[in-house]
Design a protein around this ligand. Structure first.
Ligand code: ATP
Ligand code: MG
Length: 564
């Protein structure tokens, strides 16, 4: 976003920051950050955080940076760093700067030494399970570690040797000395450093001890001059620890504050990098950018406009109450935007041959070619028109013909007249079947008086159908997608969201035909296949289109049902 674009939607964070600015907190300066861990690709939930972080800063003339929270060498990779930056750029945001928590490892270490020297931290040589068990629980007292009151020199010695690599993973850790009886579990002597032998994507093998989230986050905020550290509700209980760390350090500059808001969740959707990664490694999907994935790369390939995603994130407002949004509500925003921008084209996904038996032939016996001028987008006159070729050799959608029409079927059947969009009225006269008895061709006649699709005598037809002239068509493949998770709340029944993966979430149609103009759609662009939905041209595979969303506004239907 290049200028503030804050909607009227309620946003308690914006209100809180406004109050701080008015009161001159931190000199009225506003700085935020988006702090992803580079352990996977960003998903739709992250889009909410990004939009919140950037829009808050911009509303007050401040800056938003990206800081990679790269404190766990075992899960983080440079591939993810690059992908995350590309996603943020795609969403339309430009970070003031890109930082890495790993750049502060030396400072964080020095600050930890300082805590130990002041009797505020100690090296605990118990194993992780013992430490966890001693932490107690709500209403269950904590047990102090026997190492808690060891002399500072002893802890300093062990901490230095931890850093030097003398001990195995899990042999010891550095803990803050706060209060083992605190009501807040995070204050019961939290771990600040642990030993990790993995290879770090940036510091390589320089370190074998790594700060925990709690020791790295607030301090990184302080180092960078972040004023408002916006995060999701699961960090609410960490806030006293965030503040304890900052209270016990000499800060280099302004004092940051943590503000939490509710995560963005959707029905039929999982927003957890770890679980999404499992779908990729288990081969359930083709990759992080599979069009069914709720990742930003997936949604992009699927044809979701970035502006629809950020629009949605702004419009829902920001609160502290967790709520699961209907995925149809996001799709409605996508559909509304695409309706305004997408060029209309004709494509037939499951072709059935339609031969017009009274269509004129030229001297060589070939079907005469006629050209029709059709509008590219009725929503936007400036998009103009294009020419579509029409002949007696057509294909129509299989489901638009019924040999024995069921009740309320108003499309083509023997003896019935329908409109071929923008061309002529045609009447089916007969069918051709294969040995198995399946209809493979429909024979029809056209009325030459109905050029453009209207009869001079004003007679009405009940249905208008799309079509493609076979000699002018291009082959297409089309991906049709159903929900990747069958359950509205994945994992509701078993506790494991991946149990609800829908095994039939993709249908790939390989026999589709499209009008000639479809050969020229650039990768990534979305067009409307008339009557079928919005389809995004795959960025890598020419001729492959992914259905972004259908045409029907399912969200409106859901709202209508809810209102009843
Ligand atoms: P995941 O569990 O998917 O890895 P995470 O919270 O661990 O998510 P991070 O990379 O640590 O992912 O998150 C970066 C930022 O994005 C954090 O500030 C986090 O609060 C925020 N965030 C993550 N998921 C959501 C979500 N579903 N809705 C809103 N914000 C989110
Ligand atoms: Mg995380």
């Amino acid at each position: 976003m290049t200028k503030p674009d804050i909607p009227a939607a309620s946003d308690f964070i914006r209100d809180r920051v406004e109050r701080d600015v008015q009161q001159g907190v931190n000199g009225g300066r506003v700085q935020t950050r988006f702090p992803p861990e580079p352990n996977g690709y960003l998903h739709i939930g992250h889009a909410k955080a990004i939009t919140q972080d950037f829009a808050t800063a911009e509303a007050f003339g401040g800056v938003c940076n990206v800081r990679f929270d790269d404190t766990n060498p075992d899960t983080e990779e440079t591939e993810y760093v690059e992908a995350i930056l590309a996603d943020i750029a795609w969403l339309g945001f430009r970070p003031g700067a890109v930082h890495f928590a790993s750049d502060y490892f030396e400072t964080l270490y020095a600050w930890a030494v300082d805590l130990v020297e002041r009797g505020l931290a100690y090296v605990d040589e118990q194993d992780g399970d013992t430490i966890s068990a001693q932490r107690g629980g709500f209403g269950k007292p904590g047990i102090e570690s026997p190492y808690r009151d060891r002399p500072a020199e002893e802890s300093l010695d062990r901490f230095a040797r931890m850093r030097a690599g003398e001990f195995a993973e899990g042999a010891m850790c550095l803990r803050a000395k706060i209060d083992m009886q605190a009501d807040n579990m995070w204050l019961r002597d939290p771990v600040l450093y642990r030993i990790r032998s993995g290879h770090h994507h940036r510091t390589h093998d320089a370190w074998v001890i790594y700060p925990t989230y709690d020791w790295a986050h607030g301090q990184s905020d302080a180092i960078e001059g972040v004023t408002h550290s916006i995060c999701t509700m699961e960090f609410d209980s960490h806030r006293p620890l965030y503040d304890w760390c900052l209270d016990n350090l000499t800060l280099p500059g302004d004092r940051p504050q943590q503000i939490e808001f509710a995560r963005l969740e959707f029905t039929h959707t999982v927003t957890s990098k770890r679980r999404l990664k499992t779908l990729v490694t288990d081969g359930v999907v083709d990759g992080w950018d599979d069009p069914r994935m709720p990742t930003l790369v997936g949604m992009r390939r699927r044809g979701f406009p970035a502006s629809a995603i950020t629009r949605f994130c702004l419009d829902i407002g920001t609160s502290r109450t967790n709520a699961r949004h209907s995925i149809e509500a996001l799709e409605a925003v996508v559909r509304r935007q695409l309706n305004a921008t997408a060029q209309r084209r004709m494509a037939v996904l499951r072709p059935l041959k339609l031969t017009i038996t009274n269509w004129p032939k030229d001297a060589d016996g070939n079907s005469v070619v006629e050209h029709f001028e059709v509008t590219n987008n009725p929503e936007r006159a400036e998009d103009g028109t294009r020419t579509v070729a029409f002949t007696g050799e057509l294909v129509i959608e299989s489901e638009d013909f019924a040999e024995v029409p069921p009740p309320k079927f108003f499309r083509l059947s023997i003896g019935r007249e329908v409109r071929l969009r923008g061309a002529y009225l045609v009447t089916a006269t007969d069918v051709v079947k294969d040995e198995s008895g399946a209809v493979v061709e429909v024979l029809a006649t056209y009325d030459p008086q109905t050029r453009g699709g209207d009869a001079p005598d004003g007679r009405k037809v009940k249905s208008t159908m799309h079509w493609v002239s076979v000699p002018h068509s291009v082959p297409l493949r089309a991906g049709l997608y159903d929900r990747l998770f069958a359950a509205a709340v994945p994992g509701e029944a078993t506790g494991e969201p991946l149990d609800d993966v829908n095994p039939d979430s993709r249908e790939l149609l390989t026999e589709a035909r499209g009008e000639a103009a479809l050969a020229e759609v650039p990768g990534g662009e979305v067009v409307q296949f008339e009557r079928l939905g919005y389809f995004a041209a795959d960025p890598d595979q020419p001729g492959l289109f992914h259905r972004t969303v259908g045409l029907r506004d399912e969200w409106a239907a859901i709202q209508k049902r809810q209102a009843k």
